[in-house]
Design a protein around this ligand. Structure first.
Ligand code: SF4
Length: 344
């Protein structure tokens, strides 16, 4: 099986170029820039032909290949199914905006967190993705769609903070001006609340936008929806988020799938106020209508009514209902919505 260049740092490429191929060190800089411009090896025109040929014998540019693209008809949203070298299919989503393009990446094949409303977690975790496999999602999409990617969201399948080192390396490469050159402020990571991971982000000053899949302020209810609540109770998670807010100076986002008759009650609004009323974070309310089937469809207007309850209590909240904008929804919920939309 061929190795791949995507996901390597400049120092790692220097090592390969000089040690494996006995080329001068400056070739690594050229290689680095080409790879993160999403070029295949035979397109790297300023590298000597014999070096490119030798390189191609053992390396590809990308860790993945495209299997198929599904376009959502009503919006500028495209879902890409991509194949890893060991034949696992993963997915990533492109959203085109007027002023840029956002890619939602998967960080694990499958997911071990088993959130009740999520399709990604149904079959458990297959394996962590490497930084190369995560960044290849962005590279292949920008190449196939012919777009410059301006925003990245880590909200596809997987819990990013359970794959911390590879995710950290990916964020470094996404942000590096000689690689993807995407502002750290335009990278959003969604977690179901892995406290040690949030603390590591603080220690490493990995200050992307942090989004918590909250979904209920009540321990027992959240435990039923999200088994992660057992190890990381919501009160403790919010404390870690407050620490992140203070250290990063970035406003938190709280994702909240509204489920009629369950987490849309006055009691939930009151508990939510107790939990995050002190914070300047934003609650993204998501309608679960097209979710994985774990909950019944909401009656029309349920999210609006719950939003009013939050407004009255002075909690910042916004509605995310359209599929196109659901890229900002909780991880996995997005996948569930797509699976409801398309037949694969
Ligand atoms: S919502 Fe996110 S953390 Fe939960 S099972 Fe789905 S992918 Fe995993």
């Amino acid at each position: 099986m061929k190795k791949y260049l995507a996901g390597l740092t400049l120092a790692e490429m220097e090592n390969i170029v000089t040690e494996e191929f006995h080329q001068p060190k400056f070739r690594a800089k050229q290689l680095y820039e080409w790879v993160y411009k999403a070029k295949e090896i035979d397109e790297m025109t300023n590298l000597p032909k014999n070096f490119r040929q030798e390189l191609q014998l053992s390396y590809d540019s990308f860790a993945l290949e495209s299997k198929s693209v599904l376009k959502e008809q009503k919006s500028e949203t495209e879902k890409y199914l991509l194949r890893t070298k060991d034949d696992i299919i993963i997915e990533a989503v492109l959203l085109r905006y007027e002023h840029g393009s956002s890619v939602c990446v998967s960080t694990q094949a499958g997911c071990g967190m088993h959130c009740k409303f999520c399709a990604s977690g149904k079959n458990g975790l297959l394996r962590n993705l490497t930084a190369g496999e995560i960044i290849s999602q962005v590279l292949i999409i920008s190449r196939l769609a012919g777009v410059e990617v301006t925003n990245i969201v880590l909200m596809g399948s997987g819990e990013p903070l359970n794959n911390y080192n590879e995710v950290k390396k990916f964020i470094y490469l996404a942000n590096d001006e000689k690689a993807l050159n995407i502002s750290i402020r335009k990278i959003t990571l969604s977690t179901c609340g892995i406290i040690p991971g949030i603390r590591k982000m603080i220690d490493d000053e990995l200050f992307v936008n942090l989004s918590l899949s909250l979904h209920s302020p009540i321990h027992e209810m959240r435990l039923d929806m999200m088994p992660a609540e057992k190890a990381y109770p919501v009160k403790d998670v919010i404390k870690a988020c407050d620490e992140y807010r203070a250290a990063s100076k970035r406003r938190m986002t709280y994702e909240y799938c509204v489920i009629e008759g369950l987490n849309d009650t006055d009691e939930c609004a009151n508990e939510l106020y107790k939990l995050i009323g002190h914070s300047d974070g934003l609650v993204n309310l998501i309608d679960v209508n097209s979710g994985s089937g774990a909950y019944d469809e909401n009656t029309k207007g349920v999210c609006e009514v719950f939003k009013e309850k939050l407004d009255k209590r002075g909690i910042n909240a916004t509605l995310r209902r359209k599929l196109g904008s659901s890229i900002n929804a909780a991880c996995g919920q997005l996948k569930a919505q797509y699976e409801a939309e398309y037949e694969e």
